[in-house]
Design a protein around this ligand. Structure first.
Ligand code: ATP
Length: 377
């Protein structure tokens, strides 16, 4: 239907970006990105009018984009464009361009694919940078010189790691080396955008992979130094302690197999966050960590504020779990034991409100019943 309407309007238009990438990966997304040659806003208005007169189109004339919802889809329109960047900003100077110009401005080869909606070459895949091959080989690679791509818009370094982590792809060596070279440019990106990408990495199936890429590229040192602090094993004589960075990632991965709750995942990330600051060496017992649960709980609002994560109920939920040193994570286990529940209730004391908050994670209803039963007794 879309193709028919596009052809009636007679404007040159293409499906692009994430929708095409996901289509080739066998997934039909609900967000459809469309590029047209000419005004994206005017084109969106015409398409909407033809689909259904009552559709309300949101237009962003400053950006030359427009979007509307139709049935279960969200359609986003943009006019094909050419971009050029100045050194101190990730906002490009934009001029009208061709499809080719538009493909050149995209971040990765797998995101630079286009499918024609036009009569003369309908459904042809236009793949100027080998994106299909990279999808097959599971590689994230920039279409142009990666140093230029990342220096132009340093957020793309986070996006590279986000796509690698989400899709379980490798980052091409020359692309990864360019991230290492350009890492300090991340500082020109707003905290909101960085945290957005970080949360998407945290929500991938195996978030440890994304965190290792962040760590090895050096980006983590800029965006989340408290986590880097966890890394390393110190030894005095034959007494060593475990590497808390890798331990944290292990806990995060284990938990991520059980829950997609972003805030439970944040609690896993932060559960040992204060350990470096509380580390002591004792001749007899080796390394010990004093009061890191309480200190960690105090660090939670500080880290949330710095990363511009929301400060309300979710922050308090994470803080509570960090204070309890994550023990209630037993709640997301398939077969929670009665003793784990008893311990949890004991620790929560009379703070039933807080306990119910802990229980709001996506645990099975059977466990909910158990918690309720204990609460009633
Ligand atoms: P998802 O919807 O899973 O986040 P997506 O690829 O649709 O994936 P978007 O952020 O919606 O991600 O971007 C849509 C398309 O716009 C991308 O596929 C890419 O072609 C292009 N794009 C987005 N952000 C950038 C950027 N910072 N630099 C270059 N191209 C970008």
């Amino acid at each position: 239907q879309l193709a028919q309407i596009v052809q009636e309007i007679g404007t040159e238009a293409y499906l692009v970006g994430g929708f095409v990438r996901d289509l080739l990966l066998g997934r039909i997304g609900k967000d459809i990105d469309i590029v047209c040659v000419g005004s994206g806003v005017e084109f969106a208005l015409k398409v909407a009018q033809k689909l259904d007169e009552n559709i309300s189109v949101t237009t962003y004339r400053n950006f030359g984009t427009a979007m509307f919802r139709y049935k279960e889809w969200t359609l986003e329109f943009v006019g094909a464009r050419k971009e050029s960047y100045s050194r101190d900003s990730r906002k490009p100077v934009v001029e009208n361009g061709t499809l080719q110009d538009d493909q050149h401005r995209r971040d990765f080869t797998i995101n630079a694919l286009a499918i024609s909606l036009n009569k003369q070459n309908f459904a042809t895949l236009i793949d100027p940078f080998g994106g299909v091959e990279h999808l097959r080989k599971k590689i994230i690679q920039t279409p142009l010189n990666p140093d230029i791509t990342f220096s132009d818009d340093p957020l793309r370094m986070m996006r590279a790691i986000r796509f690698a982590s989400k899709l379980a792809f490798d980052i091409a060596p020359e692309t990864f080396e360019a991230i290492i070279r350009n890492k300090e440019r991340i500082q020109i990106v707003s905290q909101e955008r960085i945290t957005d990408e970080l949360n998407k990495i945290i929500l991938s199936d195996k978030p440890s992979y994304g965190f290792k890429l962040l760590f090895h590229s050096g980006l983590l040192h800029y965006i989340f130094p408290e986590m880097v602090e966890l890394q390393g094993v110190e030894a005095v004589g034959d007494k060593r302690h475990k590497d808390n960075f890798y331990h944290t990632l292990q806990v995060l991965d284990n938990l991520s197999e059980k829950t997609k709750d972003l805030w439970l995942r944040w609690a896993a990330i932060l559960h040992d966050i204060a350990k470096p600051a509380t580390k002591r060496f004792d001749e007899k017992v080796g390394w010990t960590f004093h009061g890191h649960e309480e200190k960690g709980a105090k660090m939670v609002p500080h880290i949330f504020r710095k990363l511009k994560l929301p400060m309300g109920e979710n922050m308090r939920f994470v803080q509570k779990l960090v204070r309890l040193h994550l023990r209630p994570i037993a709640l997301v286990k398939d077969n929670i034991t009665d003793s784990a529940l008893r311990r949890l209730l004991f620790e929560a004391g009379s703070d039933l409100e807080a306990l119910m908050q802990l229980c709001r994670a996506d645990i099975t209803s059977k466990d909910h019943q158990k918690v309720k039963k204990y609460l009633a007794n």
